[in-house]
Design a protein around this ligand. Structure first.
Ligand SMILES: Nc1ncnc2c1ncn2[C@@H]1O[C@H](COP(=O)(O)OP(=O)(O)OP(=O)(O)O)[C@@H](O)[C@H]1O
Ligand SMILES: [Mg+2]
Length: 357
């Protein structure tokens, strides 16, 4: 996983007055599972369509394997797309659907039949050749759409929210199936989703986007543990994002109380944001905590309890396997390693990040 396969260089795109992608730079490596993640309307599909050749950028270029393909037609690119709204040909059988692209390419009948069998096996739908799309469940149809893309042996598979229409259990099954396909076929996946859990589960690399800008690029671990700004912290998982002051290296003042942390280099008495994950807050006896508060909400979530603790006028979100009753006075403790310090955005524009209310 090292070679740059696709390089997106200074790509911008507007629709009318609406600037959808603003001078985007991103590269995708061979055999990488890269996910574009962000809220609705942030430009994910537009970027995918530019990579696929269904949309041209206003400025910038797309390089594939060292060649500029910005103006190349979609069918001349070594990639296949599974769209947000998948469309099987309803008047054709499953086998005919899968064979469609291969027939256009003039492949022989035996080659095509082998491919159909192979693709149906990969998506766990052996024996479905003669069925019609309307006799299949949503999830099965989705798998056929993926099989249809795979038989063309693309170097890259572009997938736009392919599991969006499926229920949770089926989504999870399909997530495992896609990871298996990626490992077995060794193709590069560019995957679009607005589901952060799906992105964390499946990706080698996550690109977090908001309003046409890239907010952060990193491994799932990086993005979860070291969010670069408040938008990423808020979008990925649940967080307590607290206005704070970096008193000095390794000491941060949050809501008037000083917490030891591990961050250095922010200067003295600088305004920052502190991010603390709900599972990283320890509830202790009031006198043992850095801040004292009261449990104000309690919900059982299956694996853990979700609690809200009101302390120093802030509602802290806390996850724990231990239950603490509503009304209990508690102390809040946080391990220094579990406090993530982020610079405040310097201005309202550019990469400075706004959180949508
Ligand atoms: N053909 C078009 N003409 C005009 N505006 C468009 C067109 N395609 C997309 N847009 C606009 O561009 C913005 C980004 O759209 P895009 O489809 O890339 O978002 P997305 O991140 O895929 O969102 P979702 O998660 O809802 O699919 C939106 O404001 C959308 O309305
Ligand atoms: Mg979209």
């Amino acid at each position: 996983m090292s070679n740059k396969l696709i390089d997106i260089v200074n790509v911008s795109k507007s629709f009318g007055d609406n600037l959808v992608l603003d001078d985007l730079n991103l590269y995708i490596r061979e055999n990488e599972f890269l996910t574009l993640l962000g809220p609705s309307g942030c430009g994910k599909t537009t970027l995918l369509r530019i990579i696929g050749g269904f949309e041209s950028p206003d400025t910038g270029k797309v390089i594939f394997d060292g060649k500029n393909i910005t103006d190349l037609a979609p069918n001349k690119r070594q990639l296949n797309t599974v769209f947000q709204k998948y469309a099987l040909f309803t008047n054709m059988t499953i086998a005919e659907n899968i064979a469609f692209g291969l027939k256009i390419k003039g492949k022989t009948k035996s080659y095509i039949n082998d491919k159909i069998r192979y693709a149906l096996k990969l998506v766990n739908l052996e024996g479905f050749e003669d069925r019609t799309p309307d006799s299949l469940s949503g999830g099965q149809q989705q798998r056929i759409a993926i099989a249809r893309a795979i038989v063309n042996e693309p170097k890259v598979l572009l997938l736009d929210e392919p599991l969006g229409a499926l229920d949770l259990k089926l989504r999870q099954d399909m997530q495992y199936e896609l990871i298996r396909l990626k490992n077995e076929l060794g193709i590069t996946f560019v995957y679009v989703t607005h589901d952060q859990e799906e992105a964390l589960t499946m990706s080698d690399t996550i690109v977090v986007m908001n309003q046409g800008y890239i907010q952060q690029i990193g491994t799932p671990e990086d993005i979860y543990n070291e969010p670069k700004n408040a938008f990423v912290a808020d979008f990925i998982g649940e967080s307590n994002i607290l206005p704070a002051t970096m008193v000095q290296d390794k000491l941060v003042k949050i809501l008037g109380a000083c917490f030891p942390c591990v961050d250095v280099g922010f200067g003295r008495n600088r305004p920052v944001d502190a991010v603390i994950r709900p599972e990283d807050i320890d509830l202790v006896k009031p006198e043992d905590g850095i801040i004292e508060g009261v449990v104000t909400h309690l919900i059982f979530k299956g694996v853990h309890y979700e609690m809200e603790v009101t302390a120093n006028n802030f509602e802290w979100l806390v996850h724990s396997t231990d239950m603490v009753e509503v009304g209990t006075e508690v102390g809040i403790q946080v391990d220094p390693f579990d406090i993530q310090i982020m610079k405040k955005p310097e201005s309202e524009d550019a990469e400075a990040v706004t959180i949508e209310e």
